[in-house]
Design a protein. Structure first.
Lengths: 320, 292
């Protein structure tokens, strides 16, 4: 597919590889540990499961302007984008390379770091740990959180969420720990997925067959109102790319201010939000949308992105 | 069956601490709100004479505001309370050098992060993520962080409370200790494989089955401590070793990254280092295009 066509393609429909190629500058993406290397899960065949040559994640490096951009793009079509040993190691490897690239940039361009600073971009499409190799997947999550802490003050980490599976399980808090989160309205972000809540607590708590309930609770618009997603974009690869380019043109310090957790000050802000949760005890996200000044919450789910962005009232941030 | 510690986070804190030294809700220079996050126990104690911040789960507490929080579940309040205890610890020792800062001891017995609609509306993912980042920051600025699994260390809750430590210790399975993502019965249901077959396969591969021994083979647990009365000595010993590494600036000799290396040494995770090496090698061939 031509690059210009790729830009117009739905992010939701796109494969992980199309997203990785389309997010970076034309012709700049090089895949690392790609399918030709056949770094496959050694564990799936033991359980009689099919393998994938890329273990369900595309990893590589591209450019956005002068910025080396290290990309992780998860493929939901392979075991729901779940993280096993190889998949997790590929993710960790990208963070390690980005940190090395930062050291290089800091040495070569100490006065022009804003221009040459590397970034990590993660296109999430996953439910978290892959059960077939659950223990290794779990340990990989801990490594990735550790590496995210290593990036603080050095490399911006940007989450893109707009693919079919969404971003759940352990990867839900990995995304929360990154600097900036971009979502489309179709994006889904959470910790415990709807089916798991229904299974553990019951259908009266969460009806996992109710698509609009899932969207209101975990979708891009809700997360935007809550300031848990920083920017809401339309469902096109090009729209995500434009937002990404916009971010990388901003000073690094302004990206750090997009964080929701990662300091005592931010934790205190979240604690105030938890007190509000206890006080309001909302039965539906619409209650909290109304609380923040959206007088007609019923209209929000159907709104076009442009109109929504013009009219939506968001949670006022306490930490600037 | 040996004496179990499951559900006895407070007893474990008392067993680890020098007699009578645990001061609940006193962390660093702060006194924490005792009402907030009742499922989490935080405070200061001495272990072998060393002042430490302790963070544990209380399986008997219920959170009156968040009904899914009971039996040691970590809810939003609990996770932020735990994160606050870490930040207060960092704050109190800001002027001290790495290796001299006060250690954090995590007593692990938790079945999960709180699942619920309100939790998802307000973002439980942030709460558990916040605590992990706080622990990682503490570790990287020179605090020794030791986790000891005395009961349940289940999936995301173990990631939240435990897996960011410098070293992870666990009581053996004879004490009822459980470390896993899901029980084999659930894996059997989802993968549609016989449980007997899975049990047989788990003898060959430690990557999916439940068990402290499997995590040990994968490098996810550094040491299995033979009995509860030996916990305090083991924690003290690991604290001393970690402090030694940090004083020398050896920050990758402990923590999640070092457990990856340990996993390869113990033959539990051998694909991981091959992937990392391949990526480095491939990037070095093209790095000129990207690094200017």
């Amino acid at each position: 597919m031509r690059y210009s066509e790729l830009q117009r393609k739905s992010f939701l429909e796109a494969t992980a590889r199309e997203r990785a190629i389309g997010l970076t500058d034309e012709g700049s993406f090089t895949e690392l540990a790609g399918p030709r290397d056949r770094m496959m899960s050694p564990h799936l065949p033991i359980l009689g499961e099919a393998v994938s040559f890329d273990d369900g994640v595309v990893t590589g490096v591209g450019l956005v302007g002068e910025h080396p951009v290290f990309v992780i793009s998860q493929e939901g079509k392979f075991i729901g984008g779940a993280v096993g040993e190889v998949h997790g190691a590929k993710m960790a490897g990208i963070f390690r390379l980005a940190l090395t690239a930062y050291d290089h940039a800091a040495q070569e361009h100490p006065h022009d770091l804003e221009r040459y600073r590397p970034a990590v971009v993660v296109s999430f499409e996953t439910g978290g740990v892959r059960l077939h190799e659950a223990n290794a997947g779990l340990l990989a999550h801990a490594e990735i959180m550790d590496l995210i802490q290593d990036t603080k003050g050095k490399v911006p980490v940007i989450s893109l969420i707009g693919s079919k599976v969404g971003c759940f399980g352990g990867m839900g808090f990995v995304a929360a720990a990154t600097d900036v989160i971009l979502m489309s309205p179709q994006g889904r972000l959470g910790l415990t997925g709807p089916e798991v809540i229904e299974q553990e607590i019951g259908k009266e708590e969460f009806d996992a067959s109710d698509k609009s309930l899932i969207s209101r609770t975990t979708g891009g618009k809700h997360k935007y109102i809550m300031c848990d997603c920083n920017e809401l974009v339309e469902d096109r690869i090009g729209a995500f790319r434009d937002a990404l380019c916009g971010l990388l043109n901003r000073p690094y310090s302004s990206l750090c201010r997009c964080r929701r957790i990662g300091s005592y000050e931010l934790v205190r802000e979240q604690m105030a939000l938890v007190r509000l949760a206890a006080q309001l005890n909302p039965s539906d996200s619409k209650d909290i949308w109304r609380y923040y000044g959206n007088a007609e919450p019923d209209l929000i789910p159907e709104m076009e992105v442009k109109e929504f962005l013009k009219t939506a009232h968001r949670r006022p941030r306490e930490v600037e | 069956m040996e004496m179990q510690m499951i559900g006895r986070g407070r007893d474990a804190v008392a067993m680890l601490a020098d007699e009578g030294s645990f001061q609940e809700n006193h962390v660093g220079n702060a006194v924490m709100d005792a009402e907030f996050g009742p499922g989490a126990v935080v405070g200061t104690a001495r272990i072998g004479g060393v002042a430490v911040t302790m963070i544990a789960n209380d399986a008997e507490a219920v959170n009156p505001r968040f009904p899914v929080v009971y039996f040691g579940v970590i809810g939003m309040e609990e996770a932020y309370k735990m994160a606050s205890a870490v930040y207060e610890t960092i704050e109190a020792d800001r002027e001290k050098r790495p290796g001299e800062k006060r250690p954090l001891v995590l007593v692990v017995d938790t079945p999960g992060n709180a699942p619920g609609k309100v939790e998802e509306i307000f973002g439980m993912n942030k709460a558990t993520g916040a605590y992990q980042l706080a622990l990682a920051e503490a570790r990287k600025c020179g605090h020794a962080v030791v986790a000891i699994v005395i009961g349940r260390a289940i999936s995301g809750a173990f990631l939240c409370h435990g897996l960011q430590a410098d070293r992870i210790l666990a009581l053996p399975k004879e004490y009822g200790t459980v470390i896993h993502v899901m029980p084999l019965s659930s894996i059997s249901r989802i993968t549609k494989m016989d449980i007997e077959r899975l049990e047989e396969l788990s003898q060959k591969s430690p990557v999916f089955a439940s068990g402290v021994d499997f995590f040990h083979r994968l490098g996810g647990v550094e040491e299995i401590v033979s009995a509860p009365e030996k916990m305090a000595e083991a924690v003290s010993r690991h604290i001393a070793e970690i402090r030694c590494h940090k004083a020398k600036g050896e920050f990758e000799k402990t923590g999640p990254w070092s457990r990856g290396i340990l996993g390869a040494e113990r033959q539990g995770r051998t694909a991981r280092p091959a992937v990392l090496a391949r990526m480095q090698q491939e990037f070095s061939q093209v790095s000129g295009r990207y690094l200017r």
